[in-house]
Each structure stands twice: as structure tokens, then as C-alpha cells.
Design a protein around this ligand. Sequence first.
Ligand code: C2O
Ligand code: CU
Ligand code: CU
Length: 481
Amino acid sequence: MGRFGKAQPTRRDFLQAAAAAAAGLGVGGGGLALISSCGDPGTGPEPPQRGSMPQPLSLGIGGAAVAARLEAGAATDSGRWLFNGVMPGPTLHGRRGELARITLQNNLPESTIVHWHGALVPEHADGHPRFAIGPGASYQYEFPIVQRAATLWYHPHPHHRTAGQVHRGLAGFFTIRDDEEDALRLPTGEREILVMLQDRDLGIPFAYAPTTADHESGMLRGTPFGNGVALPGLAVTGASYRIRVLNASHARVYRLGLSNGMPLSVIGNDGGLLPSPVEVEDAWLGVGERLDLVLDFSGAQLGARAMLKSLPFTVPALAKAGSPQGLELDLLEFQRVAGSAPVTALPPILSSVNPLGSPARERTFTLSSEVAGHRINRLSFEMERIDLQVRMGEVEQWEFINNSVLPHPVHLHGTHFQVTGRTGVRGGVFPYEGGWKDTVLVMPFETVRVLVRFDRYQGIFPLHCHNLQHEDMGMMLNVQV
Ligand code: C2O
Ligand code: CU
Ligand code: CU
């Protein structure tokens, strides 16, 4: 997109906003206003005011002689539960065509099992809650990496315990690469950034003590965390960056946007690359969803700052319920530092996505949140009950009808789907919901339609709400392929 190759209005906006902020005007929200407290704007770049956000460690999972080892255990200090002692867990790196081998060692005081969110894996490697292992036990995963390049993640999936385990710190990225993506020459190395967004309580960020209200709406807290760090910042040079954003929160819906009005250039989502880059002013991100962004900082002056925000929003049902969803949040502050790299324009075509044909069958799923609990089609999860059976290779249309005042991010294991329609408060399908998705946000009283086809593995795969509290409380069904 030309905008990222040459000087264009977006960059001017950045400069203007930065200049205004440097003059102490504090336009555009909290992020830029920080500049005004940094002293004399003439003295050059200031150190970041925010904690700098670390990148997760890496762990290869394919091609090695020994299986990669993931140990879930309690940290001695902070009350955190971590994979391999780090937050986020190590980023698993895999490549299409490789065989992934991972050993999960459970050193937690309770049972767990890990699920590879967005990965196409056989049933035994999927981390369905019925595969949970007790303290001290281990589980061997082995699966071929058969899917295209994508930003996946992993997290525990034991029934009733997912929310607490993720909250205490058990979550990590899982990235897949392939030749198609390599050929695009996207920003990589220090300019490829993973961001795990979570909202936490600043005072007791990792303690898990949900209140009654939390059981209804999920835990919603006021402090943004990135990769386990509160109020994160990121130093960027004059270059373009690939920013891969994951919403690993309990319940928080983000509406991503930049404080300087620069658009977001989205190149991918849950299932990998979009057919073409899309530019949007803002983008919704429900729990479990990912967005792959390319942001160009080459026009920003040294010391300029820009905030990746969650823009405020109201949805009538949420407002009526007094929900803390829709809070304006300063998620991640970019600060331009010395250095630069040549910026090349994004190719107009990123990938090809074949639309699924007309459905052989239609189903509806009604999402409800009542005193009785959070349910799908009035059902609460039963580990061994089969709730629906689908035929391998057959296209179906599924309609998710949210009959409640709460957002429900609906997630499916075992395949990806295509979002084809949405009615309700936000209307239509957003351009960044193209391609292949594994999670889709269904806001209060919205109806979302998707086309889905299981064409890889037989078995039992969950369909569930990814609000972690809702999931734990049984908002999940078993789909048998
Ligand atoms: Cu990310 Cu079944 O979950
Ligand atoms: Cu999943
Ligand atoms: Cu839900």
C-alpha cells in the first residue's frame, strides 16, 4: 500500500500529532500527553516513560531430535503460574511441513492440558478438556504442521480451570511460517513484534479471585498489560514493523486504534494472511482473536510517541448493564528512537483464499447468559456428551445468535471458518474478518453467520465461548466430526 512506501497524509498526521504533543498540547489522548511531562522538547529523545515490553523467548518445535519441553509450574515469587518460568510462555516456532513434537510436563498443583489455539491438529493433540492430566504427569503431543503461516497461541484448557490458569500467566504464542509468507518479505527480526494483550488489576495482577460479577461478565480490569508487563511501551526505529496482536484477556473486548489517527494496516488474522492488506481506522478484537498489523514509523521524528489504544465504545445493552466493557485504554506506547531501515511497500496481494461453497446444511447456536448460566442452545458442557455431528468435507452454515447483554467471542477447534454475515449493533463483516478465522466476536444481540467445513481430522472438537469465565462455566459444546 502506497501509504507505507512514500510520504502520505498518515505520516503527516503522526508528525503533527507528535509536534503538538511535544509542544505540550496533549492532543489525542493520554499517550501523546505524556510528552508534555517530559520536559524541554528541544533536548532530544526522552527515555520511554512506560515499561518496555519484552519479547517472549523462542522454542523450536519441529525438526529437532528431541521433543520441545513445556513445563507448567508455579513461580516461587509472584503467585504466577508459568510455562518454562516465563510470561508469556516461550513462543513456539513451527514451519509448515514439519512434525511438531512437544512434551507437556504438569508441575502445577492441579490438573491441566494444553490446547494449541488455531492449530489444525488430530483429536489427541488438541487439548480437549477430557485429556487433562494430573499434577506430576506429562503428555506427549505429536502432529504434522499442515496449515499456512499464522499467529496461533497456546493455553491450558482443563474444564473449570482454564480462566484461573490463564490468569495466573499460562499462555504463549505459537507462530507458523511457510514459503508463501516468506516471499512477502514482511518485517522480521527486531521488527516483528508479538503483543499479548491482557487487562489486569495493577495491585494484584496475577492473583485469581473472581467476584460474583466476574462470573457473569468475566474478569474486567483497568490496567492494560502487554506480554505480562503493565503499561507497556516499545521503542521503534524509523522503519515499518509487523505487530502481531493477540487478545489473551478474560473477557475484554478491544477496539484497536492509534492515538495519532494513523490507520491500522491489517495483513492477517486468526488463520493467517488476508487476501490483501486492509486499512482501517479501528479494529475490534475479541478474546482469542489475533490481528497481524504492519505499522510504518519511518516518518516519525525522534522522540515522537503514538499510542495503540483501545478506543472507547458503547453498546446499548452493555451501557444498560453498567458493564466496564468499552473503557478507553492506553495499550502500548510506541516511541520513535534513533535508527531506521528502508520501508518497502506491502504487496497488494498477500495470499489467496477460496470461498467455501454453498452449505449443505444450516444450524443455529443461541448464546444466552442467564441466572442459569452461560449456555449455547440452552446446553451446559458435558465432557462426554456429543452435541452435534458434522460430516467430514461438508460445508455448513452456522449462525451464532447472541440473545444476551454480554459479548461472546465464539471459538471453534479442529478447523477454520469464513465469516459471511453479521446483523445487529455493528452491522456487517469487517474487512479484517476476511480469510480464515477460528474465533469471531458476537456482541450483544448480534447474529453472526459463518461457513465452516471440517476437512482434516475426525474426532471430537469443542465449540465454545472464549470469555474464559463463560468457557469454564460450561458455555461449550462437543462437535463430532
Ligand atoms: Cu483458545 Cu478452546 O480455546
Ligand atoms: Cu482453540
Ligand atoms: Cu460468553
